[in-house]
Design a protein around this ligand. Structure first.
Ligand SMILES: [Zn+2]
Length: 208
């Protein structure tokens, strides 16, 4: 069975969701397309959205990564406007949202009710309380490399329901099989069960 990589930036990794680079031609495999907070260009926003629309095809699994980032210099209000527009786009096309969030979890939660689609926080590595609040609001959490060595995150992962979970490599250079191995130990299930669960979760979010 597959070691599905929910969010990555390396071309030709299958199976998984490749995060399309700016202005790139979509691949024949699954990808996501979005405007990352750092890529917001206020002077050409409409063009950025037109471009996105033109690139949303059958292989486009999700809108994103998009979201809010307190370390990016783009004004917060503008970040929120661009995030909201992408939520509406996801509603229009019936695609889940892959969310990038840095120190803005409560603001992101406040947008939850605007979305008719699943919202997945990618690269989650924050405290239990933040995870609890996200889960309470029906977010999914995607975990990456830090799970391999961060003990507090392993504890958090223990309490994340299996049907709210994804695994990813993001920008990190490591083999995702290692992560499946680790998570199957933490969750006390077999790797096959974990793989099967991820497939089911993908089906669930695909169907809204
Ligand atoms: Zn990423």
């Amino acid at each position: 069975m597959d070691f599905f990589d929910f969010h990555h930036h390396k071309k030709n990794i299958c199976p998984g969701i490749y995060n399309l680079e700016k202005e790139e031609i979509p691949p024949d495999s699954l990808y996501s397309i979005g405007i990352h907070p750092k890529d917001i260009r206020t002077e050409s926003l409409d063009l950025q959205f037109d471009f996105m629309r033109s690139r949303i095809s059958k292989n486009c699994f999700a809108i994103g990564e998009c979201g809010l980032d307190s370390f990016v210099s783009v004004d917060q209000k503008i970040q929120e406007d661009v995030f909201l527009r992408q939520i509406y786009l996801a509603n229009e096309f019936g695609k889940p949202l892959i969310i990038h969030c840095v120190r803005k979890f409560y603001e992101v939660i406040s947008f939850r009710k605007k979305s008719e689609q699943a919202m997945i926080i990618h690269g989650f590595n924050k405290k239990q309380t933040v995870a609890d609040d996200l889960l309470k609001n029906n977010f999914y959490l995607s975990f990456g490399k830090p799970v391999l060595y961060q003990l507090s995150l392993q504890d958090t992962l223990k309490k994340v329901p299996l049907d709210k979970l994804f695994l990813e490599t993001d920008n990190d250079d490591f083999n995702i099989e290692e992560l499946y191995q680790k998570v199957s130990e933490i969750k006390k299930i077999s790797i096959e069960q974990l793989q099967q669960q991820i497939v089911e979760n993908l089906e669930t979010i695909k169907n809204g």
